[in-house]
Structures are given as C-alpha cells and as structure tokens.
Ligand binder design. Structure first.
Ligand code: PLP
Length: 395
C-alpha cells in the first residue's frame, strides 16, 4: 500500500504553480473536528468567511463558495449567466484559456477564440484592442460574454483586466466580463469591483494556500440580474439558493467544513499581512526568479515584461533539452517539484511557482535545485541564477 507520509528526509519543495504549500497554521485549522454544518457555530463561521472573502476579491458584492475545484467554478460562472447557443468571446492566452473554451462548448455555448496565432500567443497577455475591435464589429450584440484568464498558469502571463473592461466600455457593448483568476487571487493584485468584472472565478489551492477543493464565483449586480434569465441547465451550481442560504451563514448542500476552517485561517493570515504587502512580496520574489533565469542565460516564456506574472515564471529550456526529463531529474535528486509544460509548450519549458506561503529562502532553495539539476543534466548555463536572485533580494 502506498504510504503518503514516506517522503525523503527534509522538506518537500513544492514549487508547481498550485496547489501551493499549505502553511502549518492552515493545516492545523483543517484538522479541527468536523462540526454540524447546520449548527449555530457553523453559521457564525460562515458569516465571517463570507465577509472576509469579499475583501480578498476586493468587492462589495456576494462571493459564491462551492465545494469544487476551479473547473467547477468555471462551469458555475457560465451556467448562471448564459443560455444555450449564446456566443462567448474568449482569448487564447494558454492552456487554461483553451480548457475553459472546451468546457464552454461542452455546455452548448458557441465560442470564438481570438489572440495571436500559433504558439506565439502563449507568450503574451490579452490584447484589449483586439477585443474592442471584435465587439465594435458585433453591432447585433450577439456576443453575450467576454471570457479572459487573468493569470495564465500555463505560461506565467498576467493580463491587464482593467484594459479589457475599458475595451468593452469603449465598444459600448453589453457583454458580461468573466475573468478566471484561479491562480492570481491573493497573489497578484486583483480588483473585482474597480475593474468592473461581472463574474470572477477562483480556487483555493493557489494564493489562498489551501488544499484543492473550494471554488469561487465573485458576482456583480449585472451578473446576478443575468442569472435570473439565463437558461443553461443548472442545479448544484445555481447561485439563487446559495445566495439565499448564505444570508444566515449556511449553504444549501454540505460545504467542505474542514476546508472552510482552513479558508478562515488563511484569510486571517493574508489580511493580517495586508493585501498590498502580499502582492509586493509576490512581485519581489518573481523579480528575483526572473533574474535567476536571465542569470542562467535562459529565456522566460512570457515575452512582454509588462505582463510578467508575480505568481510563477515559465522557463524555456534550450533546444534539444526535454523539460520533463529535466524536471524528473530535479525531483528525484532534490525533492523539488516544478510545473510541467502544458499543451503547445509541453516538453519545451518548465514552471517555477513562487506563490502563497513562499519567502526569500524557499525561493532560493528552489532556484538552487533548478541550477544544480540543470548542470547535472548537462545544460551549459551562462552563470549562476542563484547569485543573481540573491542580488535582487538583497537590493
Ligand atoms: N484556470 C486556471 C488559470 C488554472 O490554473 C487552473 C488549474 O490549475 C484551472 C483553471 C482549473 O482549475 P482546477 O484544476 O482546480 O479545476
């Protein structure tokens, strides 16, 4: 039988871009005894969670909490706001934008995918001008929603969501704006209300430092209005019953009680540190990580410095180097887990996650593992990325 606690000596360095390491405080909270999710104590917990989660999304509107992964929350956003055959405009930034499109089509929506052609688009963020141009051409208002990924986890590109809102407004188009920040929330600055987002989709296992298992939909008044007439079939995902139960701190079905303890604790940690400080810490670590990649003489997957992700860095491996074989060596030798390349960039790059419960020394340890692993693999590095990262962190 597989023993899940039989890891090698020392700690495991989990540096995939989510799930991210779960801090001891959160793990302890999750281990508290499960209580009655219809009892008085749970209602109090529920109300506190529902209040604090709004601060994380920077919204005054309700946030739906599902016992689901992020994919469920994608589905929740679409089925509550759209009807069969509706056209949605989606933007190809990488693998997660591609998977969201596939899901939309399985639900019976029509999708239009725009972006740069080929693999090139996987190195850049959303070009809001392209969205504006497409919406202006849609004089009959056939497009019902614009769907974009804020932090594209497959590439390490963080798109400018405010620019997308501005583009929709400039086109005077009524489409809803749906944004996936599954890997951006609580790591990269994200402002649901300020940026005029109608539904924000997120998950627990990234910046929130929880295990997988909670999905979120942050709503806007327009999204709630749209949900009253949207005709895609929905039952479990339907917002109306959840919003009703949430008024007293409860849910219509059983919430993931122990993950909710963890969520309560994680939000306490994040809000005590302060959202601004959390974002600044992520920016600092990301800058150090990029300095390391440049110090090694390697290419960063994101080709536009204006949209470098503070959450993860995609590292393109030199021609002829299979990034997954390299990752395998690094995991076996140094107990360091790096993210695989996905979809169009599979085998050509790996991803270093620096999100959530991450600090200077955890990042430097991961960079050391990468550097030693790449040397052992026979890659000719230009210099020491670890030293370059240290210089950024000391500066
Ligand atoms: N969207 C993004 C940006 C993601 O990073 C992920 C997962 O990593 C998903 C969607 C899918 O979420 P999940 O795997 O939790 O269902």
């Amino acid at each position: 039988m597989l023993k899940l606690d039989s890891h090698a000596a020392g700690r495991h360095f989990l540096h995939i871009p989510g799930p991210s390491p779960v801090p001891a405080r959160v793990l302890r909270a999750i281990s508290y005894q499960t209580i009655d999710h219809r009892g008085p104590e749970f209602g109090e917990l529920g109300l506190e969670i529902l209040t604090n989660i709004k601060k994380i999304f920077q919204t005054k509107s309700p946030v739906i909490i599902y016992p689901s992964s992020g994919t469920g929350a994608w589905e929740g956003a679409l089925v509550n706001t759209l009807s069969p055959g509706d056209l949605v405009l989606m933007y190809e930034t990488g693998q997660f934008a591609t998977l969201w499109r596939k899901l939309a089509e399985r639900l019976g929506l029509k999708t239009e995918f725009i972006g740069r052609p080929g693999a090139e688009g996987w190195s850049y963020g959303v070009d809001a001008a392209k969205i504006e141009e497409r919406l202006k051409a849609d004089t009959a208002h056939e497009i019902k929603a614009v769907c974009v990924v804020h932090n594209e986890t497959s590439t390490g590109v963080t798109s400018n969501i405010k620019a997308v809102r501005t583009a929709i407004d400039a086109a005077k188009h009524p489409a809803l704006l749906l944004v996936d920040t599954i890997s951006g929330l609580a790591s990269a600055d994200y402002r649901h209300d300020d940026w005029g987002v109608d539904v924000t989709i997120s998950g627990s296992q990234k910046g929130l430092m929880l295990p997988p298992g909670i999905g979120f939909n942050a709503l806007s008044p327009r999204a709630i209005e749209a949900s009253k007439t949207a005709k895609l079939p929905k039952a479990f995902w339907a917002w109306d019953e959840i919003l009703e139960s949430n008024k007293t701190g409860y849910w219509p079905s059983t919430p993931s009680t122990n993950l909710m303890y963890g969520l309560h604790e994680a939000m306490d940690m994040i809000l005590s540190e302060g959202l601004d400080k959390v974002f600044a810490r992520h920016e600092r670590l990301a800058k150090a990580c990029r300095a390391a990649v440049q110090g090694w003489g390697l290419e960063i997957q994101c080709q536009d410095p204006a949209v470098y992700s503070p959450v993860l860095t995609g590292v393109v491996t030199p021609d002829g180097v299979d990034a997954d074989q390299l990752r395998k060596l690094i995991l076996e030798r140094y107990n360091l887990s790096l993210g695989t390349g996905l979809g169009k960039v599979k085998g050509r790059m790996f991803r270093i996650g620096h999100l959530g419960d991450c600090n200077e020394l955890s990042l430097l340890a991961a960079l050391s593992g990468c550097e030693m692993g790449m040397k052992a693999f026979g890659i000719n590095l230009k210099g020491s990325g670890v030293l370059a990262a240290q210089e950024v962190l000391q500066g």
